[in-house]
Design a protein around this ligand. Structure first.
Ligand SMILES: [Mn+2]
Length: 432
């Protein structure tokens, strides 16, 4: 096996993931999953390939034009076939050799590896003995795109050829499985989170008024890459001044000014897994009294949320309790009146004026990872905790986000390397 930038997950993890999926499927089920396309830009340009997360979860293969087929037999037995893009002379010269069949076997544990040329023949054979077809199609509740994925495009062709096949969704099964992380996945996530936090702590002493948001992005990217991250796990948000109130600000094109807060919502990817962290710091290294008051309010809500994220708690209840706690802080800051909050004692929707997003999302191969509807917290799940207060009339937004692993008795902070307390942030920014 080649030495890689990251330590790969052993193939036995992917084998057990396929066994677990097969055990949840009926006899006669055929599973078909495709890699994501390499998306075009203009002319002959392309974007960086980003693997389909379900395919990654079941095989560990991070290569375009890959297909996994699984035919489920009696008692969860299954026959798996992996199809790969075959290297030719042109690919060797221009892109570099793709995986050999032997390399793909070592990574995924799938013994039957073929070239993609056999796709139609193998599919026809499998369909002949299949009763149901589980074709992967992304059903994330917040997914919105006009662009057809490779899975959807291949499905359209499949449906035209086999209009009578009984097609079922893989999403409910895989989203439940991916919600609880296996030990090898946690090792990757710990590393993604370690890089995310330590890389950020490393650039804190360098931040000064007059610095461009893009310069901070460059410094952070350098720290992440040196630590073997392949890329930011999502487009980094480095927002100063009024843009701290823009939840998904990604232009990072302003110069930060003395007296500004700077909101970082950034993450490093490692081995396909995502870190996701937010910190808010003063450009000049010292919080003003008002900035500090808002920061401490968000931190108090963060601490409260972490204390009630326990196994067995329903996420919707958790979110409601955090909103109620947030309401108290917004009253203390003079942003809401006691009467406003009391009118909606059970679930104060008035908090949404200053805190308009949810406090937690699951994290894994995807930044906003898969998740069943109305999940219940359980041991082995990884969630973000990210309350925020945004006051556009004061050009002041604060978000504090950690990633946590749920244990039987509470949560573990996976990003201990990045400061949370005002005093720790100010000390690090002084270079001490
Ligand atoms: Mn997040």
């Amino acid at each position: 096996m080649k030495t890689l930038r990251y330590t790969p997950i052993p193939s036995c993890f992917y084998e057990s993931a396929r066994n677990a999926l097969a055990g949840r499927l009926p006899e006669g089920a055929l599973v078909v999953l495709h890699a994501n396309d390499v998306y075009p830009t203009n002319a002959d340009g392309t974007m960086q390939h980003h693997q389909n997360a379900d395919l990654h979860y079941l095989t560990g293969i991070d290569q375009e034009e890959t297909t996994l087929m699984m035919l489920i037999g009696k008692n969860g037995q299954h026959t798996d076939t992996l199809l790969l893009r075959e290297t030719n002379e042109r690919i060797v010269i221009w892109e570099g050799a793709r995986l050999t069949k032997e390399e793909a076997r070592e990574i995924s544990g799938v013994r039957d590896v073929r070239w993609t040329q056999e796709y139609q023949t193998l599919l026809a054979q499998a369909i002949a003995s299949a009763k149901y077809v589980y074709w992967e199609r992304d059903a994330h509740p917040r997914r919105y795109t006009d662009v057809q994925t490779r899975n959807e495009r291949m499905f359209a062709a499949f449906h035209a050829n086999y209009p009578n096949a009984e097609v079922r969704s893989l999403y409910p099964l895989l989203s439940r499985m991916r919600l609880v992380k296996g030990e090898p996945e946690l090792a990757q996530m710990r590393e993604a989170c370690r890089i995310t936090g330590e890389g950020f702590a490393a650039i804190l002493p360098l931040i000064k008024p007059g610095m461009g948001e893009w310069e901070m992005e460059a410094l952070l990217g350098s720290e992440y890459t040196r630590r073997r991250s392949r890329k930011f796990s999502f487009l980094p948000i480095i927002a100063s001044g009024a843009d701290t109130c823009v939840l998904h600000y990604i232009s990072n094109h302003k110069v930060c000014k003395n007296g500004d807060l700077i909101l970082f919502d950034v993450g490093a990817e490692y081995g396909g897994y995502a870190g996701d962290m937010s910190r808010t710091v003063p450009a000049n290294g010292k919080f003003s009294p008002r900035q500090k008051a808002v920061y401490e309010a968000v931190l108090a809500v963060h601490r409260y949320a972490a204390s009630i994220m326990l196994p067995g708690v329903r996420k919707t209840d958790y979110e409601r309790r955090v909103r109620a706690r947030m309401a108290q802080e917004l009253v203390n800051l003079g942003l809401l009146s006691v009467q406003q909050v009391q009118r909606e004692a059970n679930d104060p929707s008035c908090v949404r004026k200053y805190y308009m997003h949810s406090v937690s999302h699951s994290l894994g191969l995807d930044v906003h990872d898969v998740c069943p509807k109305d999940p219940v917290f359980a041991v082995g799940q990884v969630w973000t905790i990210e309350p925020g207060i945004y006051i556009p009339e004061e050009n002041l937004g604060v978000r504090i986000e950690t990633d946590v692993l749920i244990h039987p008795d509470g949560v573990e902070d996976l990003i201990p390397g990045a400061p949370l307390e005002v005093s720790d942030i100010e000390r690090l920014m002084r270079g001490e």
